[in-house]
Design a protein around this ligand. Structure first.
Ligand code: PLP
Length: 261
């Protein structure tokens, strides 16, 4: 019998198709998983920006999650845009007893500058969600907000990842996309370990919409397929690299990574 590992994304919808749930489902499928989705928010969005956000009642987010957890043998899950404190709480209530690995992408602000996480939700994220993360994947600005540090040097990366692990994240992947320079280094701190540099060629492209969503979904899929954290991160980086090389702009603004790779 053919089976695929069931991978759940808990995230927001991007009507433009390039980020959020839509990027997650494409990524999970392309990396060999069967995608399920709990939708935490709807964005009215295209390549030029977000014109509206509609968040469902947190109880309905919980309802979706309950329906999925009651039936399917999940191999892994990821969280993306969770938007508000009550939605984070509803998700964490249902995930507290989870038996599968969870990747947490602390999605905060879109590349077009729109807020995807309310300011007053950060405390809930730190208190409830970070401790459930088997792999926590902040970018530089997110890690700076969460740790209160300015992160420039490898020594700063060490301090920041240690601080995030002290908050309860098991492994931390501090993503390198927002650092300057020709090299693209993601820093991976495994549980109880110093961060190691995982380098990829930097792709010179404007079509980077949805890269964080893509990376975290690919990590979850490879974890669900049985890879260890380091191997899953490297496999996910390779997939993202291919998708970025093929990135394209279907609209008037910058486009997404291309999942048909
Ligand atoms: N819209 C949704 C629903 C998202 O989840 C995300 C990112 O996680 C974005 C937009 C932002 O994508 P980007 O910052 O890559 O443009």
């Amino acid at each position: 019998m053919n089976t695929l590992p069931c991978i759940l994304t808990i995230a927001g919808s991007d009507s433009g198709g390039g980020a959020g749930i839509q990027a997650d489902i494409k990524t999970i499928a392309m990396n060999g998983g069967y995608a399920m989705s709990v939708i935490t928010a709807l964005t009215a969005q295209n390549s030029m920006g977000i014109t509206g956000i509609h968040a469902p009642d947190p109880e309905f987010v919980a309802w979706q999650l309950r329906a999925v957890l009651d039936d399917f043998p999940l191999a892994a899950a990821k969280t993306g845009m969770l938007f508000s404190g009550p939605i984070i709480a509803a998700v964490c209530d249902r995930l507290a007893a989870k038996t599968f690995p969870l990747v947490v992408d602390p999605v905060s602000v879109s590349q077009t500058g729109h807020q995807l996480l309310k300011d007053d939700a950060i405390a809930m994220l730190v208190e409830r969600l970070v401790p459930l993360a088997d792999v926590f994947t902040p970018n530089r600005p997110e890690a700076e907000v969460l740790t209160g540090l300015k992160i420039d040097t490898p020594a700063d990366v060490r301090t920041a990842t240690a601080r995030l692990q002290a908050m309860g994240a098991k492994a931390v992947l501090l993503k390198g996309g927002h650092f300057d320079g020709d090299r693209m280094i993601d820093w991976l701190a495994l549980p109880g370990a110093e961060p190691i540099a995982l380098e990829q060629p930097r792709i010179d492209t404007v079509h980077t919409h949805g890269t964080g969503c893509t990376l975290s979904s690919a990590i979850a899929t490879w974890l669900g397929r049985g890879y260890g954290v380091r191997e899953a991160v490297v496999a996910a980086q390779k997939y993202l690299n291919l998708a970025l090389r093929a990135g394209f702009g279907p609209g008037r603004g910058a486009g997404p990574a291309n999942h048909s790779v």
